[in-house]
Structure formats: C-alpha cells, structure tokens
Design a protein around this ligand. Structure first.
Ligand SMILES: Cc1cc2nc3c(=O)[nH]c(=O)nc-3n(C[C@H](O)[C@H](O)[C@H](O)COP(=O)(O)OP(=O)(O)OC[C@H]3O[C@@H](n4cnc5c(N)ncnc54)[C@H](O)[C@@H]3O)c2cc1C
Ligand code: FES
Length: 336
C-alpha cells in the first residue's frame, strides 16, 4: 500500500494528504481552494512557503519562481512533491475550490484531425465521463517527456469520456514533438484534470465576448459551443474574435463544418495580423479589432480570452485599465 504525507496549512486548521502527487494536485483533488493559474510552473500563482518538512522540486528551473523567492523558502505547489509530512503557509481562497475535482484517467488517442499546417485537434477517449467546464484545461503526461503539458479542452463536457484538444505544433517543442510525430491512434496516455478558472459563466447577465487565436483557440471553441446551446443564454449576444497571423493559420471552415450552430447563433469575426494580399476581412491584432467592433460600453460584456502572455497581457491592459471593466468580468488563461 502507498503511504502518503500529511500537509498542514499553518494557522488554518486545514490539512490534506499527498500520495504520489504534486502539492497542488493533491490539495485540489481534496477540494481545497489552493491558488493557482497555469499548473505548469510558469506563473508563480501557486507559490507557498515551507514552514517545516521537506519537498522535492520536480522542475527546479521553473520560471514561475525567482531565485530570491526560493532563498526565502518559497516553492511552487504545482512543481513540488513532499518527501515528509509538512507544514506550509499559503492563503487558501474559496474561488479556487474546484467545481469538478481533478482526477487522473487513462485515455486512448482515437483521432488526430489536422486543422491547419500547425494546428491539430487530438481526440482522446477515456472509459469514465469527462467532467469539466467549458474553458478548462487538463495536464497531459506524454511518453518520454519530463513534466506534464497543459492543454485546454475544445469539446463539450457532454461528450461522454471524450477529451479533445486543439494543439499548435511548437517548433522543437518536446511535448508537441511527441504528440505530432510519435503518438499513434490506439496509444494511451494519462490525462489529469480538469483545472482552470477561465470557464463559461452562464449565470452572468451580460453578452459574451470570446477572444482567441493560435494555440488559444481550443478553450474558446468549447466556450462558444457551450454558450450557443445553453438555454440560459438564449437572449445573449455571443461574439467570437478569432485571430491568426495569416489566412493559412485560420481554420474557420473546419470548425463550422463540425458545429454549424456556432455560426448560426454566434457572430464570428476572424482577423489576421500580417497584411496578406487578397484578404478581405479584418486586419490587426485581435484586441485592436475587438476595440473597433464592439459598439456597447465594454463594461456590458463578460470577456473570455486565452493565448500567450503578450496577448492576454494586452487584453488585460485594454479592458481593466483603459476600459475599466470590473476584473470579475474578465476570465483568461495565459498559455506559458
Ligand atoms: C493553462 C494552459 C493551457 C494551455 N492550452 C493549450 C492549448 O489548448 N493548445 C496549445 O497548443 N497549447 C496550450 N498551452 C501551451 C502548452 O502547455 C505548451 O506550453 C506548448 O504546447 C509547448 O509545449 P512543448 O512541450 O511542445 O514545448 P517545450 O518548449 O518543450 O515545453 C514548454 C512548456 O512545457 C513546460 N515544461 C517544460 N519543461 C518542463 C519540466 N521539466 N517540467 C514541467 N514542465 C515543463 C512549461 O510549461 C513550458 O512552458 C497551454 C498552456 C497553459 C499553461
Ligand atoms: S500554477 Fe504553479 S506556477 Fe503557475
């Protein structure tokens, strides 16, 4: 039998156990509101302090922890496993209590659908239902790759045990290298999820704006597909700003062919950032295009966005600082 370690959260009376798991994974699996964002070592949101006990760092070079923070006894909960019972300091927050507790499942690759020259939708099937909210992500443990990789689901949670991910092939990337060149249909991997707070809020009374593109497409597709079907959102306007570098990087026809309801119910505005001869649509960075197109006051929308940090940072600056949108109306994941 595997033995676990007990983790006490200093000054709170809260305690959880860890068996072959990261501190963050174990805390969330037990329903605790442990703060985090990327679960990938990039953002630093899961930083905690070791008061007593020992932990092993899975990725000591993780960019989310500075040398100074390490010297002061801080660690990243998503990149640490305890090697003894511990007392830690962290401020637990109810916002982070998972609505679906993450679980690890064995899933089989059943299809890889090419969408563009570098985007493919990978479809995995697990025996048990996939419980997640549209917009959330999971960790994929890939054979021969050190550390898990985070990918956002592109499908709807009603699809039984299906976990689909739209993934961009990163040149020289180790995880995407395995996904695009080694993994074959029938191969099995471990999927650990769901994670993330940038999920659809159907109870919000506002119209919906989704902003995504490139690798940030996946969760936006899941959110738009869920929103156009949700009876609670029948009177809401849904607008999807979909950005890419060139027309060759867009895959709008392929997405709509599989789910025509998206085009019937939502307004989809594709835009490219590199001037290209013959392109008749919008041009510019996707947040600039959004700024030109939205006609109501920005505070009247619920915003969802995903993509690399420079894109999400630009959107944050525009919406929170320039347009004074309340922070609770902006839901985003940065793809480190
Ligand atoms: C929340 C979130 C959701 C994401 N969703 C998507 C998506 O839907 N589609 C998509 O295309 N991309 C997505 N990404 C990006 C994705 O996780 C990878 O960063 C990207 O595919 C490049 O991975 P790679 O292994 O090919 O490249 P590499 O350069 O080999 O690895 C890059 C990433 O892997 C992680 N990493 C590297 N080394 C280690 C290690 N030793 N231990 C642990 N982790 C390590 C780091 O997060 C790093 O940023 C998402 C990222 C995050 C944080
Ligand atoms: S959640 Fe751990 S570094 Fe981002």
């Amino acid at each position: 039998m595997e033995t676990g370690f007990s983790i006490k959260v200093d000054g709170t009376g809260e305690e959880f156990s860890v068996v072959n798991d990261t501190l963050l994974g174990a805390a969330l699996r037990q329903g605790m509101g442990f703060p985090y964002e990327c679960n990938s070592g990039g953002c630093g949101s899961c930083m905690f302090e070791v008061v007593s006990g020992d932990v092993k760092e899975l990725w000591p070079e993780a960019p989310g922890l500075s040398a100074r923070a390490r010297e002061r006894g801080r660690r990243l909960a998503c990149q640490c496993e305890p090697t003894s019972d511990c007392v830690i300091k962290v401020r637990l927050k109810s916002d982070y209590v998972p609505l679906h507790r993450p679980a690890r499942v064995a899933a089989t690759l059943v299809e890889a659908r090419k969408l563009t020259h570098d985007l493919t939708e990978f479809c995995f099937q697990a025996p048990e239902p996939a419980a997640f909210l549209p917009g959330q992500f999971a960790l994929l443990h890939l054979p021969g790759v050190e550390g898990a990789r985070a990918y956002s689901m592109s499908n709807l949670p009603i699809d039984g045990g299906t976990w689909n991910f739209i993934i961009r092939h990163v040149p020289k990337g180790r995880g995407t290298g395995v996904l695009f060149t080694q993994l074959k249909t029938g191969d099995q991997i471990e999927i650990d999820g769901p994670y993330g707070l940038a999920y659809l809020r159907p109870e919000s009374p506002r119209d919906i704006v989704c902003i995504g593109g490139g690798s940030g497409l996946s969760p936006m597709v899941s959110i738009v597909r869920a929103a156009v079907r949700d009876p609670r959102l029948a009177n809401r306007k849904i607008t999807f700003f979909y950005g890419a570098r060139t027309p060759n990087d867009l895959c709008i026809e392929a997405l709509l062919a599989r789910d025509p309801l998206m085009a019937e119910r939502a307004t989809i505005i594709p835009a490219i950032s590199t001037p290209t001869e013959g392109w008749q649509g919008d041009q510019g960075f996707i947040h600039e295009v959004m700024q030109q197109k939205l006609i109501q006051g920005f505070e009247n929308y619920e915003f969802y966005c995903c993509g690399p940090p420079p894109m999400t940072d630009a959107i944050q600056r525009l919406l929170l600082l320039d347009k004074r949108v309340p922070a609770q109306q902006l839901h985003f994941d940065r793809f480190y």
